[in-house]
Design a protein around this ligand. Structure first.
Ligand code: BES
Ligand code: MN
Ligand code: MN
Length: 445
């Protein structure tokens, strides 16, 4: 008998309860515990699985569930999801504890439920059910990631090194353009994330005595960063190098989507400039974007007439399809160095990165997945790009493995935010659609 919604929810709650926050060293043991949990579930599905320690990274879970019969000739499907989550703060904005899976008003709430633990659970549970019934038509190879949220390289390196390859890959870490409408990504942006530090002296000074004559590190940082932020809606040209422009067909498709002004308004956002709303899809799907994520230095809270000599920033650039981390990270650093005032000591460290990806929309594997999702949801699928990044996608595509990049989260899932949520009905429905996808991918051979 297929598990009920309540049974599925209770199992997912076990994984949710492990606070596998990859960004926080205090949770390193929890990341390992989540890995053990996921490996255990793959074994419950009749497969083999190992927690694989990774040099310079966090552990991976690599597992295999063989096809129920004819495993030698059955196609192999690589299944990707990540079990690390973003930090839960600010905690006071959560209406229920972030690591207690809580069902309310048709939603399941918890940190990581949408991004990406429910997806991971659905991939493994559908495998378990089909294997149990002796009806799994494909060999499944799981590559589960514990450092997606910090831009880790481990799973990409594993994909590179795995010579067996696969006949298709499912990257289950996305959302639907509209609830109930199956959505497959044809492109993702990449990312280069930097720590920038400016030093202008040995120790902070009295601004009355030195102000006007000594170089202030906050000023130096502002001047430095101003070289990479957009002006009048245009990114500095060196940061646009290599963009592979959207096709006419894509642009026509984007023109029919919900107007950018509505999307921005729904998020409570202020358009960045006069053309931003009109160009929403081109900007977020087809162009690079620089964002300063945080600034630190001096005395932002207490009144203090200090002249700070150290200032720090976290800043990233999203890469458009066609661009490469190597070229754009170098151009980015050069712009900063050229803009820094004379005498300022500038340190630019590339913290993490992932290449942008383009996914062929016509691969037979994607057609089969699309049919599966359309059959279960009764809605025609959408093929769209996404502005976010899933670094492993490019590694998979560059190995020539046809990729199915999709997910069931909703755009209002509050991913990376308080009160993250996933539609409650998509536990049973999600198992159904993944089962149907595995079933149809059996036709790949
Ligand atoms: N699941 C997201 C990627 C995503 C974002 C898919 C939006 C669909 C819509 C993923 O977990 C994520 O947050 N990725 C990071 C990547 C980074 C840390 C390398 C991102 O996009 O910031
Ligand atoms: Mn994710
Ligand atoms: Mn994420």
């Amino acid at each position: 008998m297929a598990p009920t919604h309540e049974e599925l929810r209770d199992q997912l709650a076990e994984l949710i309860a492990i606070p596998s926050v990859s960004a926080d060293p205090a949770h390193a043991d929890d990341v390992v515990a989540a890995a053990e949990w996921a490996a255990g579930r793959i074994r419950d599905a009749g497969g083999t699985a190992e927690v694989v320690p990774w040099d310079g990274g966090r552990p991976l879970v690599i597992g295999d569930v063989p096809a129920s019969s004819g495993a030698d000739s059955a196609p192999t499907v690589l299944c990707y999801a990540h079990f690390d989550v973003q930090p839960p703060d600010p905690l006071d904005l959560w209406e229920s504890p972030p690591f207690e899976l809580t069902e309310r008003d048709g939603w399941l709430y918890a940190r990581g439920v949408a991004d990406d633990k429910a997806h991971l659970f659905l991939l493994v549970e559908a495998a378990r059910q089909l294997a149990d019934e002796g009806a799994l038509p494909v060999n499944l190879r799981f590559a589960l990631d514990s450092e997606e949220e910090v831009g880790g390289q481990s799973v990409g390196q594993w994909v590179d090194a795995d010579e067996r390859g696969a006949d298709a890959a499912i990257v289950f870490d996305g959302d639907t353009y509209e609830r109930g409408v199956p959505t497959f990504y044809t492109a993702l942006r990449g990312l280069a994330y930097f720590h920038v530090v400016v030093r202008t002296g040995e120790r902070d000074m009295h601004s009355g005595i030195y102000g006007g004559a000594a170089l202030n590190a906050m000023h130096a940082l502002m001047q430095t960063l101003s070289a990479v932020v957009p002006r009048d809606g245009r990114m500095p040209e060196p940061l646009r190098a290599g963009i592979d422009p959207p096709t006419e067909e894509e642009l026509d498709g984007w023109a029919a989507l919900r107007p950018g002004s509505e999307v921005l308004a729904a998020a409570g956002a202020t358009p960045a400039d006069a053309d931003a709303a009109e160009e929403f899809y081109v900007r977020t799907w087809g162009e690079p974007a620089v964002d300063v994520h945080g600034l630190a230095g001096g005395s932002p809270d207490l009144v203090k007439t200090v002249l700070p000599v150290e200032a720090r920033a976290n800043v990233s650039i999203r890469l458009a399809p066609g661009q490469s981390v190597q070229a754009i990270a170098a151009a980015f650093e050069q712009l900063l160095r050229d803009a820094a005032p004379a005498g300022a000591e500038l340190s630019v460290e590339l913290h993490s990165h992932g290449e942008p990806a383009r996914v062929s929309p016509h691969a037979p594997a994607l057609e089969l997945a699309r049919e599966a999702f359309e059959a279960v949801f009764g809605r025609e699928a959408m093929l769209v790009r996404v502005g976010g990044s899933i670094p492993v996608a490019e590694r998979i595509v560059s190995k020539g493995i046809p990729a199915i990049v999709t997910g069931l989260a909703t755009q209002d899932a509050n991913a990376h935010s308080p009160n993250e949520k996933f539609p409650a009905e998509y536990l049973t429905r999600g198992v159904e659609v993944v089962r149907e996808t595995y079933r149809r991918l059996g036709e790949l051979a």
